[in-house]
Each structure stands twice: as structure tokens, then as C-alpha cells.
Ligand binder design. Structure first.
Ligand code: HSE
Length: 429
């Protein structure tokens, strides 16, 4: 039977889960795949943690060089997170001829070019299913099963922390700051939550997924990003009145006009399959020209779900020798021929705080007309019930362009009539 030794860099939550899966299912992999996968080394500063997991003392490496020079190690699993030292360690391993399986979305998103060059040069595999959407096998689906399609669109809830917060705000009516504190207490949100709540985490994942789906490098710096820190329960509640649910969506489109990629809070119809993806669950909704719509749903994080994706890659790597790299030229930046659409089309939810007097709506309407914005629906509460005694007036627009809305917001806020824009949220159809 073929023997394959692996090393794990980092025995944190995901590393621990991966170790557990590999050791508990060893016999099943022997039977089903005729491969005996054993953990031959770990790199973990906390020796007691490694020993508690069942790692033998002599398998705890003192440094990365010990792993690189260990002839029993064929595949290295990097689950340390962050860019450094993970990047240097991964490059050291690839240069030493070890294949690498990583869950590190920031590393892969920012340096996939450099890592892939090193992997190809040294005839190694480089696998990263666990970098996006945890246990949900989106990357393999895109790389293999869906290759027959031109993927025209992807929409995803690909950050569990923000989905948990938005779900709580919607179901309990609690404000963002309070839910965030609770999420931190429960361990759902990090002490420094900015990577999640400001949308960076989703942006890294969208960069990886859209690059594969659209067969061209989409650097994360090209992705429009807006997090959830300014979302208020008021808007979630108004959205419900129009039949919408608020989600932090990662959106990629590949149309005739070019590629658009964005991460921002979005209202979607309550009947849309993504609307029922709640709590810390993730989902990706893909549209291909042949397959039509496909939705993949599951746990986007956690020890065992992420470990599941890692071990899937390890088995694939252990049973294949013709490694597969990107289906596009994995350059450092976008290719000059890639056309990005920044002034994208969308419908919009616009909430104003207005003084309830003659002429305010007329002025707002004239600004909308000037900016080529057509109103689809409108709601005004009776009486001065909003902030500072102002009356909330909410509009849902027909599809228009992003720049039209930016201009309208500027003109409304500058106008002498008393109306201020309190919120603008894109509505996805
Ligand atoms: N922090 C991520 C999330 C999980 O909240 O979804 C790891 O990608």
C-alpha cells in the first residue's frame, strides 16, 4: 500500500480538527483509497497542546527546516493563518519538494502567483479548498465539475461572523454593537473583528473564487468592499416591509460589459435561496451558462468542517501525481485585457430623514429624475418618528447605475430642503 506522510504547521482549532480526522479515519482511507496517510510531523510551539492531541513527542518538529528535510513528509498542511511566517514556511516546503495544502485565504489570495510558480517549478501540488467557505466544496466544484460552463455569476454568503451578526439583528432586533459583543463572548467573532465585519475576509475569498470561476486573476484590491459596521436595525426592519432580507453578499459577475466584483450589504428577496442561509452558515449561489443555478451550502468555518476540506485535498494530493494548477495565467495582477465594471447596475434602497413639509419630496424627486433614477416603491411613516424628529422616507429604486446614486446622495445632502440620506443599501435581484 502507498504510504504518504504529512506534516501539520499549526495545531490550533483547524490544525487540531485536521489531526483528529486524519487519525480517526486512517483505516477508511486505507480501504477506500489504498493509501496510508500518517502524520509524521507537526510544527507547534505549545508542545503540551500537541501531546494532548495524541502527537508523539518525537514528531514535534523544532523548526520548519526539520520538516523540509524530513524524507517521510510528502505533504505539508499549513493552517497557521496570516501572511508571515506562513508564506516563508510554505515556500520553503515547496522548494524542498513537498506538496502543500493550505486553508490560508489571506496568503493564497495575496500570493497565489508566487506560490504557484514555486509549486510548478518543484513539481509539487498546491491545494487550497479550505481557504474559502470552510467545509463547503466550492473550489473543487469550480475547478472540476463546473468546468464545462461559462460561469456568469456568483453570489455568496461567505463570512460566517457577519452572517451570524446580521441574523441576530434581524431576529432579535438588537443593534450591531450589542450583537458583536455577544458574538465575541461566544467566540464567533474575533477580539479584533475588523477582517470579518469590514468585509476583508469575504473580499479575500471572493478574489480566489472569482479568479477560478472567471479564468482570470481578480486581485482583491480590485474588489469593491463595504462591511456591516454601519448597518442599523431600522434598515433591516424597513427592508422586511418590502419583503427583503439583509445579507453581506460577495458578488461576482462576468458579463458582456466585463467583470464586476463586490462585497457589500445587500437586500435580497425573502424568497431567494440565500435569504434562508442563517447564523454562521455559508452558501455560494452560482450560475453557469449550461448548468443554470447551483447552490452549495454548509459550514464555512470550524475545526471539523474546515478539516474536512483539508483532508479532502490531502487525499486528492496523495492519490494524484499530475498536479493541477490554475486554469488561467496566474499573474500577480489582473491582466491588462481584463475589463472591470465599477459603475455597476443595481436597484437601491435609499432611506432619507426628511422634514415633513411641502416641497421636500418634489425636490428629492427632481434630483432622482436628474440622476436618471426611477422610483419603484416608496414608504413614508406617519409623523416625525425618525432621528432628530425627522420623518423617515424610504425608496426602492428601479435598476440604475452606482454613479447615479452617488450623485443623487450628494445632491440631496447638499440641498437646502431638509432631507438627509440616512442609508443606501443595494438591492440584488
Ligand atoms: N472568519 C471567517 C468567518 C471564518 O467568519 O466566516 C474563516 O474564514
Amino acid at each position: 500500500m502507498k504510504k504518504v506522510g504529512v506534516a501539520i504547521l499549526g495545531l490550533g482549532v483547524v490544525g487540531g480538527g485536521t489531526y483528529k480526522i486524519l487519525t480517526e479515519h486512517r483505516e477508511m482511507y486505507r480501504k477506500c483509497h489504498q493509501v496510508d496517510i500518517t502524520v509524521e510531523a507537526v510544527l507547534e510551539r505549545d508542545r503540551a497542546k500537541a501531546i494532548a492531541l495524541g502527537v508523539e513527542e518525537d514528531k514535534i518538529a523544532a523548526n520548519i527546516q526539520e520538516i523540509c528535510s524530513n524524507p517521510d513528509v510528502e505533504i505539508v498542511i499549513e493552517v497557521m493563518g496570516g501572511v508571515e511566517p506562513a508564506k516563508s514556511f510554505v515556500l520553503d516546503c515547496l522548494r524542498a519538494g513537498k506538496s502543500v495544502v493550505t486553508s490560508n485565504k489571506e496568503l493564497f489570495c495575496k500570493y497565489s502567483h508566487e506560490l504557484e510558480v514555486a509549486a510548478k517549478k518543484n513539481h509539487c501540488g498546491l491545494f487550497y479548498e479550505a481557504s474559502c467557505v470552510g467545509g463547503v466544496p466550492v473550489i473543487r466544484a469550480l475547478l472540476d465539475n463546473l468546468q464545462g460552463n461559462k460561469i456568469t455569476s456568483m453570489m455568496g454568503i461567505i463570512n460566517g461572523t457577519t452572517n451570524y451578526i446580521l441574523t441576530k439583528m434581524a431576529t432579535e432586533g438588537a443593534e450591531y454593537g450589542d450583537v458583536l459583543k455577544e458574538a465575541q463572548k461566544l467566540g464567533y467573532a474575533e477580539a479584533n473583528p475588523s477582517a470579518d465585519v469590514e468585509g476583508y475576509d469575504a473580499t479575500y475569498k471572493l478574489s480566489i473564487l472569482s479568479s477560478i470561476a472567471f479564468h482570470t486573476k481578480i486581485p482583491y484590491t480590485r474588489i469593491y468592499r463595504e462591511g456591516i459596521t454601519d448597518i442599523s436595525v431600522t434598515d433591516i426592519e424597513y427592508g422586511k416591509k418590502f419583503g427583503y432580507v439583509l445579507k453581506l453578499l460577495a458578488i461576482g459577475k462576468n458579463g458582456d460589459g466585463g467583470i464586476e466584483v463586490r462585497v457589500h450589504p445587500s437586500f435580497i428577496k425573502a424568497s431567494h435561496p440565500l435569504a434562508s442561509v442563517n447564523d454562521s452558515y455559508n452558501a455560494v449561489y452560482l450560475t453557469g451558462d449550461s448548468v443554470e443555478d447551483v447552490m452549495l451550502y454548509g459550514r464555512g468555518a470550524g475545526a471539523l468542517p474546515t478539516g474536512s476540506a483539508i483532508v479532502g485535498d490531502v487525499i486528492y494530493c496523495a492519490t494524484h501525481t499530475n498536479y493541477r494548477y490554475s486554469t488561467f495565467k496566474n499573474t500577480e495582477d489582473a491582466s491588462p485585457s481584463t475589463k472591470f465594471v465599477d459603475n455597476f447596475e443595481s436597484a437601491y434602497y435609499i432611506r432619507l430623514n426628511a422634514t415633513d413639509r411641502t416641497g421636500v419630496l418634489a425636490k428629492v424627486s427632481s434630483i432622482f429624475a436628474k440622476c436618471k433614477i426611477s422610483v419603484a416603491r416608496m414608504l413614508q411613516e406617519r409623523g416625525p418618528v425618525g432621528e432628530d424628529g425627522a420623518t423617515p422616507v424610504v425608496f426602492i429604486t428601479h435598476v440604475t447605475r452606482e454613479n447615479n446614486v452617488k450623485k443623487a446622495v450628494e445632491l440631496i445632502n447638499e440641498s437646502e430642503e431638509v432631507a438627509k440620506v440616512a442609508a443606501v443599501i443595494r438591492v440584488v435581484s
